[in-house]
Each structure stands twice: as structure tokens, then as C-alpha cells.
Design a protein around this ligand. Structure first.
Ligand code: CTP
Ligand code: MG
Length: 569
């Protein structure tokens, strides 16, 4: 029962790269071994191939849906298509055969412009014109174009308030925010379009999505992390030389791997900025620990981070995906906690001292490892289950873990997602962050090796702290919110009949609610005062305005029937 993965949760992505095997063999093998579930490697190969056969078309004409498809199918059978809206209507069209794309591009023309000069770089991003009837920005009439952005919080609240239980709300929330099939296809297509730019220099390269676009935890609107994979060219998967004569390429030598990565990203970044249509606002962030170029891809609306030589991040993506596939409650809890964190400003889209989604995900995984019995295994356990083909050492880091889902024993913990959410808040409300580090490799707290406020060990580069950026104030906010949410969920547990327990309420203004609220507010006030005075040292802090404004904020948040409270936890 615990191994069942609900249909909606099932994303086909998974785990391993084996240099010695061919792509097809790995693909077949990994599907077979994983009880029909595909590995990340298998899905990436499949999706990349689909993306190569696809084109992205801006539809400015009044042309009808049928007419549009009929026009395109002159070049060959169309396997899949969808329309989406993003400041105009776009169509993603996947042909059944690669030759159709070549034929379509052959028939496309260069636009005539009078004032500006065109950069003659032809790509698979096209515009549809109707020269007979003039141009119009109307959508193709017979098909609804889907937005590719996350639903608004109000929409999600509406959906959640119709649900009967917290478990149903958690499921609904995940369904509302998770990446759609179309959005994933679009992400692969954008990678494929960018690969065409990089292929000018490195014809055998690939650009693969990693991070939340493919690890199963992506929310609509999340950034597109891309990895320029040059391993096929750069000798990472080198053939053993045979005795006798042999020819070698003469290659330019860089000072270091990092310098080479920086140079490649810099040049590819320039090409993207100057040649690739639709790519704007490029920033080179080459001195970061992991050098990257960041830009916006306007037709898809994705913010893109292009990295190179980032194989460890690819491994952590595979690991997160594996955990998400092992038990449906992993994804449910990650989505809910991420949403909770975003709603309360614990995470942010702006880089800073905030906890990141990746850190938060690792915290959820650690919490699930600490259940009794554990819901997911530790990384060391996954390593011990690995077969010889799973062995992977990247830059001296042991990245080995089992890729065969069927080989991973689960322990039959039957807690519901709602129970787990409450336990999550309890767990981190009292976690000894000052002394201990979170470590999913061991699945137990470790002594903190450095003085950072929050220490989360990177699962593969174990000397690194994933949450190095987090400052003491942000960690304190997180802990305080966990305490508050634990308290609120405890209140809803004891005050509500079982059938009415939800994580979000759209309250009716009833006398019963008023009396509950009165007691709730009183307890809340005592609790908040207690918490502040204990934590802040009350003699000095008593005078400070920030304490009082904080308390007022908490109080307002508790007087919910007066404000039609719609609140998570
Ligand atoms: N990563 C990592 N160590 C970090 C930060 C990131 O290994 N300190 C890797 C993880 O595999 C992560 C990926 O880089 O999934 C992308 O990072 P980021 O975009 O920050 O996180 P996402 O998981 O993609 O989440 P989000 O939806 O916020 O983009
Ligand atoms: Mg990301």
C-alpha cells in the first residue's frame, strides 16, 4: 500500500547515469527495475527526444485551431500540441518525426523589417502570420489557452475550503501547484532551444533541466535550472585507448576546471543574449560557488539559470526525485510545507537570508526519516543498497545510491499527511538548531561543525552547508511560525469535531466561534508574551516597540472571525 503512487503524483523521472551502458539500454533497464516507474535518466532521454521534435510558435493571427493544425501537418504528423497564454498565445507542437521540423523550418521565412537589422539566427521559435487578413493578437478560437503560472492564493483557498478534511486539502494543494504535463514539456523545449545555441560551439552537448523542474517538487512558475552537459565531449565518459597508433584532439587548456566553466558560460551567455530570440536580461554570475548565467525566456515566462559542470546538483535532483517516488506523502508534505513557508514569507523569490525551497525540502526529508518507524530511508541506507552500476563518485564526493526503487524496504508507517504536517511543526518548533545540524545522509542530528545559525549538511558535498545564507533572524522567524502553527493545529484538533478538521477555514461568524476565539486569543496572548519574554530577555526588550508591534501582529492574526480568516494551519 505504501508503495502505491497515486496517478497524479506519478511523474516519470528518476535516478541514474551509467556511462558504460547505452541510453536505450539504461532506459529499458530502469523502467523494468522500477516496477514500471521510469528513472530520471529514462524520462530525461525521452523528454529530450520529444523536445527535439517540437517547435514553439507565437500565434498572432486570427487563424482557427483546425486551420493552424492543418497548415502545420503539411510537414508531417503532429503527435501532440497545446496552446498556452503568456502575453499572447503560443503553441507547442510536437511532430511525430524529426524530418517534419526540418521541413517546417525550410518553409519558414525571415521577417522583413524596415528600420532594424535582424540577427540571422534561425531557431525553432517561430511566429505565425496571416498575410491575407492582417495580423491580430486573437487566440486560436477553438481551443482554450492555458496559463503557465500558479493559481492565485485566493483560487487555491477557494478550492481548499470546499474539501472535507486536512488530508484532502493537502492533496488539492499539491494538485493545484504542481507542474502540469504541458509545463514540463515546455521546460524541456526551452532547454532544447537553448541547446541549439550552445551546439554552435559544442555540437554534441545537451542542456538538461535539473532542480525543481524535474525533481517532482516543482511549483508552477518555479525557475528553470539548466545544466549544460559537456561530459559526452570532454572525456568524462572516455573510451580506454587501444594499443597502437591513435589520434587525439588538440584542445585548448584552461587554468582550472572552474575557469574553463566560467569561460564557456560567459561565451554561451553572450550568444544567448545576442542571438537567441526571446532571451532577455542576461546576468553573468560567474563568481558564485556554482557559476551561472541568468536570463528570462520571454515566450515561456521562465526565469532561467544556466550552469555547466554541475553534476553534483544533478545527483541531488535524482535523490530528491527518488524520495518523492518512494512514498506519495513525501511530495504532499513538501508541497504543503513549501506553500506554508511562502505564505508566511519564510521563503522568497528574491535571493537573501531566507530559507530556500531546497533547504526546506531537505528539512522535510530529515523529518520523515526521523519518524518512528521511518517513512523514508537515510542516504547511507540507500548507498548500502546500491549495486555496482549505481557507483558514482563526482569530484571526490561519494554520490552512490540505489536506483532500483523495488529494492528499497519501507517500514509501514501509516501516518496521514495531516498528522505528519502537525508533527512537522512540532518537530521544528523545538529542534535544537543552536547545537545540531540536519543530516539526511545519517538520518540523525549531528553536532554542528560551524557556527552558522542553521546547518543543513549537503547530502553529497558533506563539508558544505546548504543553508549557509540563512541568518539568525530568519531562523527565529521559522521556529516561531512552527510554534504558532503547531499551537494552532493543536487547537483545531481539540476544538473541532473530527469531520471538520481542516488546515484552512473560511469561518462563519457564529457565537460559538466568538467564544472559541476569545479563549484562543487569550491563550495566544499568554503564549506569545511568554515566548517573547523567555526568548528575548524581558528586561531590555520590554521597552522595544518591535516586541509590541510583533505581538499586535500575532493578535490580529488570531482574531479571525472578524477578518474572515483564511489561514494556513
Ligand atoms: N542545490 C544544491 N545545493 C544548494 C542549492 C541547490 O545542491 N545549496 C541543487 C539542488 O539539486 C536544487 C538545485 O540545485 O534542487 C536547484 O536549486 P534551486 O533552484 O535553488 O532549488 P529548487 O530545488 O530548484 O527549488 P525552487 O523551486 O525554489 O527553484
Ligand atoms: Mg530551481
Amino acid at each position: 500500500c505504501l508503495r502505491r503512487v497515486d496517478t497524479f503524483l506519478h511523474r516519470g523521472i528518476g535516478t541514474k547515469v551509467v556511462a558504460a551502458q547505452t541510453e536505450a539500454a539504461v532506459k529499458h533497464d530502469s523502467v523494468e527495475k522500477n516496477d514500471g516507474r521510469k528513472s530520471l535518466y529514462a524520462v530525461q532521454a525521452e523528454r529530450q527526444e520529444q523536445a527535439e521534435r517540437s517547435v514553439l510558435i507565437s500565434c498572432y493571427s486570427r487563424i482557427k485551431h483546425n486551420m493552424f493544425l492543418k497548415y502545420l501537418s503539411r510537414h508531417g504528423d503532429i503527435k501532440k500540441h497545446f496552446f498556452y497564454e503568456n502575453n499572447g498565445v503560443y503553441a507547442v507542437v510536437e511532430f511525430a518525426r524529426q524530418e517534419s521540423v526540418a521541413s517546417l523550418l525550410e518553409g519558414a521565412s525571415i521577417p522583413r523589417v524596415s528600420q532594424e537589422s535582424v540577427v540571422p539566427f534561425k531557431s525553432r521559435l517561430l511566429s505565425l502570420r496571416n498575410l491575407d487578413s492582417g495580423e491580430s493578437s486573437n487566440r486560436p478560437s477553438s481551443q482554450r489557452a492555458q496559463p503557465q503560472t500558479a493559481p492565485t492564493i485566493n483560487d487555491v483557498m477557494q478550492r481548499l475550503s470546499k474539501q472535507e478534511s486536512i488530508d484532502q486539502q493537502i492533496t488539492q494543494l499539491t494538485e493545484a501547484y504542481q507542474l502540469t504535463e504541458e509545463n514540463i514539456s515546455l521546460r524541456y523545449l526551452v532547454c532544447s532551444l537553448l541547446k541549439d545555441v550552445a551546439a554552435g560551439y559544442f555540437p554534441e552537448c545537451t542542456i538538461k533541466p535539473f532542480g525543481s523542474s524535474v525533481n517532482g517538487f516543482g511549483k508552477l512558475g518555479c525557475d528553470l535550472d539548466m545544466f549544460l552537459d559537456l561530459d559526452g565531449i570532454s572525456g568524462q565518459n572516455m573510451k580506454m585507448p587501444t594499443p597502437g597508433l591513435c589520434l587525439e584532439y588538440q584542445l585548448k587548456m584552461g587554468n582550472s576546471e572552474r575557469a574553463t566553466t566560467q569561460n564557456i558560460l560567459s561565451v554561451i551567455g553572450e550568444c544567448v543574449e545576442h542571438f537567441a530570440p526571446g532571451c532577455v536580461g542576461l546576468h553573468k554570475i560567474l563568481n558564485a560557488r556554482c557559476p551561472l548565467v541568468r536570463f528570462a525566456h520571454q515566450p515561456s515566462g521562465f526565469q532561467c539559470d544556466l550552469t555547466a559542470n554541475n553534476r553534483v546538483a544533478m545527483k541531488s535532483t535524482e535523490l530528491l526525485y527518488l524520495y518523492g517516488e518512494l512514498d506519495p506523502r513525501v511530495r504532499l508534505l513538501v508541497f504543503t510545507v513549501r506553500c506554508w513557508a511562502r505564505t508566511h514569507g519564510v521563503t522568497s523569490s528574491i535571493p537573501g537570508a531566507w530559507i530556500t525551497n531546497f533547504s526546506l525540502t531537505v528539512m522535510v526529508l530529515f523529518f520523515l526519516q526521523k519518524r518512528s518507524p521511518p517513512i523514508i530511508p537515510t542516504l547511507d541506507e540507500l548507498r548500502d543498497l546500491a549495486g555496482p552500476a549505481d557507483k558514482s563518485v563526482i569530484e571526490g564526493n561519494d554520490c552512490t545510491f540505489v536506483s532500483d526503487f523495488g529494492n528499497i524496504p519501507l517500514h509501514g508507517n501509516t501516518a496521514t499527511p495531516g498528522q505528519l504536517l502537525r508533527e512537522f511543526f512540532d518537530f521544528y518548533a523545538s529542534f535544537p538548531f543552536n547545537k545540531m545540524s540536519i543530516c539526511i545522509r545519517k538520518g540523525t542530528e549531528q553536532n554542528k561543525p560551524e557556527v552558522a545559525p542553521l546547518h543543513i549538511q549537503n547530502p553529497f558535498e558533506t563539508s558544505l552547508n546548504v543553508s549557509k545564507n540563512v541568518n539568525a533572524a530568519q531562523l527565529q522567524r521559522f521556529t516561531a511560525l512552527c510554534q504558532e502553527s503547531a499551537w494552532l493545529s493543536c487547537q483545531s484538533q481539540t476544538m473541532m469535531p473530527k469531520s471538520k478538521r481542516k488546515m484552512i477555514e473560511s469561518d462563519e461568524f457564529t457565537s460559538r466561534n466568538i467564544s472559541r476565539t476569545f479563549w484562543g486569543v487569550s491563550c495566544g496572548l499568554i503564549w506569545i508574551l511568554f515566548e517573547h519574554f523567555i526568548r528575548e530577555g524581558w528586561q531590555e526588550k520590554f521597552q522595544e516597540r518591535s516586541v509590541w508591534s510583533n505581538i499586535c501582529g500575532h493578535l490580529l492574526a488570531h482574531i479571525h472571525p472578524f477578518r474572515k480568516l483564511i489561514r494556513i494551519s
